[in-house]
Design a protein around this ligand. Structure first.
Ligand SMILES: Cc1cc2nc3c(=O)[nH]c(=O)nc-3n(C[C@H](O)[C@H](O)[C@H](O)COP(=O)(O)OP(=O)(O)OC[C@H]3O[C@@H](n4cnc5c(N)ncnc54)[C@H](O)[C@@H]3O)c2cc1C
Length: 327
């Protein structure tokens, strides 16, 4: 591992100054960054530890919603009463990520900014994502990779929390050398047509400081389902974050976001349109699920993900039917 400086600023001004260095990296829980450094995939000259910064560990009520600091850990998201009551799908998504030990260390900000798990990228290949000129997954071992939005780089975004935040219409607060800005969670992730080497809109020196969850409409209920190749401690083969607003059995609003199938969390507007205004039933769930995977272009070894994602959407919607008592 290349030698690096370590700094633990106590103020945001100091942190911003320290992060101005082009080769500086913000450090949250370190569960992704440190393995990347050990493998030589990133080589920061300075780690800027965010954990002494004030106010980034809090969960606060704001205008009927919640504001979560970027340093809130995944296990707190999983167990916090206000999140479990009002934003259940986020608690479910956090609890589906990795293992209890990693959730105890891993932060919200770090989870959104973690790097992809494609084994060619992580294995040191000079692929697009590593600044090279090929995607080795196309003719290679592509079973865990993208079926939607992939061309020309077929990574899948590894975050379980990202799809949940988009389904909840969250905003992400960023702080950088030029000040503060907010982006919708949906606009935070960058697809492969925009960039082959980064996964978020973060500019150099910018960090995530907070996530704001807006008040949800009346009748809101949501759930997160994830399929893995073993019972726990695995990234999603496919996942779905589904958030509906129901009036009786009628769907007034719907947000359906897939995880584990595309380079970004993948919103499914056609599925949402199939639901809004309809009575939530097995038939509408099946139609929406089919729409969710429209346009999928599987590679040689990952066609199974099309059926998997479709099945997860259908099951998630069945779970949200009024007589199931979910919320
Ligand atoms: C074995 C294993 C299994 C895992 N399984 C899953 C899983 O199933 N689902 C899932 O979602 N995740 C999974 N993860 C990833 C883990 O949950 C995330 O690594 C964790 O949430 C990252 O948080 P962290 O605070 O440790 O990030 P760090 O490792 O500290 O940082 C990760 C990246 O984000 C940057 N960063 C950190 N904080 C900020 C910030 N506030 N603003 C801007 N940039 C920042 C860092 O510079 C780095 O590039 C797994 C990880 C491992 C090692």
């Amino acid at each position: 591992m290349r030698p690096f400086d370590y700094a633990a600023p106590a103020t945001m001004t100091e942190a911003t100054q320290l992060l101005r260095d082009v080769a500086a990296a913000p450090l949250g829980g370190g569960t992704d960054l440190l393995p990347l450094m050990k493998d030589g995939l990133v080589e920061p000259s300075r780690l800027v530890d965010l954990r002494r910064l004030p106010g980034l560990e809090s969960i606060e009520p704001v205008a009927g919603g919640l504001r979560l600091g970027a340093l809130v850990t995944l296990d707190r998201i999983e167990s916090d009463d206000a999140i479990r009551t009002g934003f259940r799908l986020l608690a479910e998504a956090a609890s589906a990520a990795s293992s209890p030990q990693l959730r105890n260390m891993g932060t919200l900000g770090g989870n959104l900014c973690q790097r992809p798990r494609c084994w060619y990228f992580r294995g040191g290949y000079r692929c697009f994502r590593a600044g090279g000129d090929a995607c080795y997954a196309v003719g290679g071992e592509n079973e865990y990779l993208a079926i939607l939005g992939g061309d020309p780089c077929y990574i899948v975004h590894p975050s379980d929390v990202g799809p949940a935040l988009i389904a909840l219409d969250a905003q992400i607060a960023l702080q950088g050398p030029d000040g503060r800005r907010f982006v919708q969670a949906e606009d935070f992730f960058v697809g492969v047509k925009e960039s082959l080497t980064r996964e978020t809109v973060l500019e150099p020196g910018e960090i995530v400081t907070h996530v704001e969850l807006p008040a949800q409409p009346s009748g809101a209920r949501g759930t997160y389902l994830k399929a893995m190749d073993r019972g726990a401690w695995s990234f999603a083969l496919a996942a779905v974050a589904a958030q509906l607003a129901l009036d009786g059995g009628i769907v007034r609003d719907a947000r359906i976001v897939l995880g584990g199938v595309a380079p970004t969390p993948w919103r499914c507007p056609a599925a949402e349109q199939a639901l809004v205004g309809a009575t939530l039933s097995g038939t509408t769930a099946a139609l929406a699920a089919a729409r969710a995977v429209e346009g999928a272009q599987p590679m040689s070894r990952n066609a199974y993900k099309v059926d998997l994602a479709r099945g997860l959407v259908e099951r998630a919607l069945a779970r949200l039917m009024p007589d199931r008592g979910s919320g």
